[in-house]
Write a protein that binds this ligand. Structure first.
Ligand SMILES: *[C@@H]1O[C@H](CO)[C@@H](O)[C@H](O)[C@H]1NC(C)=O
Ligand SMILES: *[C@@H]1O[C@H](CO)[C@@H](O)[C@H](O)[C@H]1NC(C)=O
Ligand SMILES: *[C@@H]1O[C@H](CO)[C@@H](O)[C@H](O)[C@H]1NC(C)=O
Ligand SMILES: *[C@@H]1O[C@H](CO)[C@@H](O)[C@H](O)[C@H]1NC(C)=O
Length: 403
């Protein structure tokens, strides 16, 4: 009971914290709207959804180019998906205001761009060298750029909110062969072929045989994120899969799809419960997304899987490789409970949840093993925009408890 009250207070504090943070948040579209020379660049930040990604982040630099430079880029008739890759190379995951640009230690530094951070780029592409040159000039060179391209240089600062966001003008579009490589639109993507070619052949075969592949394909248009278990993960799971009923098989396959598009950046900043394609009324078939440093973890009551790679990330479709098969509590028993004393709320929570799935091989989802997860869902998961709020919440909760 005491814990409930604390949780409730915690939620109130969280809401207050969230409101305060929202007030400070930047809006790159709004910042650039005051500068008509950059209207084309601004327009494409919106249509590629990069603006959302930029607004979600802190400590970020946007290298804008003027309308003339954008028109030159547009004359090459890249697809929107390729344009997104190119423009994401112009957003750095660090703060470089004018002052910092002119005072780079050792005159040169390498920074990572969103092209790198979203998992689109291989190897060193997606990194950009920033160099202080003679006469106070600052040059920007993508690490994988062709040497014959004109070097983009710093022109001026457009807007700065130290050390949150810097919007600066550079002279040219940053050029990188990998960012410019043709990218097929998600509508043309053959999901099963895509998975089979990138280490998820076993999962691809299962969804084809089961017919779940059609459900996945039909969901792409409205936004879809698939977490496909690697071939190694599925090999270990095959005997258990064979034992499931036909319904159970379809459900566990659909459990690996979420009917919303999530880039890796969005997943990193959206901790909490997620419904899946298997969700149907009382059969929740949900799981929790949680950040662990820079790694994204998916937690069910039974297993925790980590994202190990990106097969495709093009709004409205993202496919990630994970290292374990996600086991829903609707189909599997939880791991043996930890030998901790059961909190009183456990029994109540279990009763409230109701275990109404006939497929279930036993009393699924023992709550004591999952008690941590429960309490963080009460307080943090649904409300928190980022892990930071959860931390704040627990600090405050701790403070209250010790009073
Ligand atoms: C950002 O600013 C633009 C233009 O002022 C506005 O249309 C948009 O709704 C804003 N976005 C958010 C998330 O506030
Ligand atoms: C980028 O910087 C690194 C380290 O200073 C250097 O080794 C590399 O050659 C530079 N690449 C380009 C394209 O300037
Ligand atoms: C995907 O490719 C496979 C193999 O070429 C083919 O059998 C299947 O029909 C394709 N699926 C779609 C939706 O085009
Ligand atoms: C499959 O079901 C059979 C019969 O219920 C059981 O003996 C066997 O251990 C199960 N295998 C796995 C891998 O769950």
């Amino acid at each position: 009971m005491q814990l409930r009250i604390m949780s409730f207070r915690c939620v109130l504090l969280l809401i207050a914290a969230a409101a305060a943070t929202t007030a400070n948040a930047h809006n790159v579209t709004h910042m650039l709207a005051k500068h008509p020379d950059f209207s084309t660049f601004n327009h494409y930040l919106t249509t590629t959804h990069l603006a959302d990604e930029i607004n979600r982040r802190r400590t970020i630099t946007v290298c804008a180019v003027d309308n003339a430079a954008m028109n030159e880029l547009l004359s090459k008739h890249y697809s929107l998906y390729t344009l997104k890759n190119i423009l994401s190379l112009h957003v750095f995951a660090d703060y470089f205001g004018a002052k910092k640009l002119h005072q780079i230690t050792k005159s040169s530094t390498t920074t990572s761009s969103l092209f790198q951070a979203t998992g689109e780029a291989d190897g060193t592409s997606g990194y950009v060298n920033i160099t202080d040159m003679k006469g106070g000039r600052v040059g920007f060179t993508p690490v994988d750029s062709d040497a014959d391209q004109p070097m983009a240089t710093f022109v001026k600062s457009i807007e700065e909110l130290p050390y949150d966001i810097a919007v600066i003008q550079i002279s040219h579009i940053l050029s990188s062969p990998e960012a410019e490589a043709p990218t097929a639109g998600p509508g043309d993507t053959n999901l099963t072929v895509l998975m089979a070619r990138q280490g998820c052949k076993a999962f691809s075969d299962l969804i084809t045989a089961d017919g779940a592949a059609d459900t996945f394909a039909q969901s792409v248009e409205g936004g879809l994120t698939i977490f496909c278990p690697s071939d190694e993960a599925l090999a270990a799971f095959a005997p258990t899969y064979k034992n499931l009923t036909a319904d159970g098989k379809t459900s566990i396959l659909l459990y690996h799809g979420v009917p919303i598009y999530y880039s890796l950046g969005m997943l990193r900043s959206s901790n909490g419960l997620m419904n899946t394609l298997a969700t149907e009324g009382a059969k929740k078939y949900d799981f929790t997304v949680q950040n662990d440093g820079n790694e994204v973890k998916l937690k069910t009551k039974i297993v925790t899987a980590a994202i190990k790679g990106t097969l495709i990330n093009e709004d409205p479709l993202a496919v990630y490789k994970i290292d374990k098969v996600l086991l829903p509590k609707e189909l599997f028993k939880a791991a043996p409970p930890a030998p901790a004393p059961k909190p009183a709320k456990s029994a109540k929570a279990k009763a409230a949840k109701g275990d109404d799935d006939a497929d279930s091989p036993g009393p699924a989802g023992d709550d004591s093993a999952a008690a941590d997860e429960e309490s963080s869902n009460d307080g943090g998961g649904r409300f928190a925009g980022s892990g930071g709020f959860v931390t704040v919440c627990f600090c405050l909760l701790f403070g209250i408890l010790t009073l």
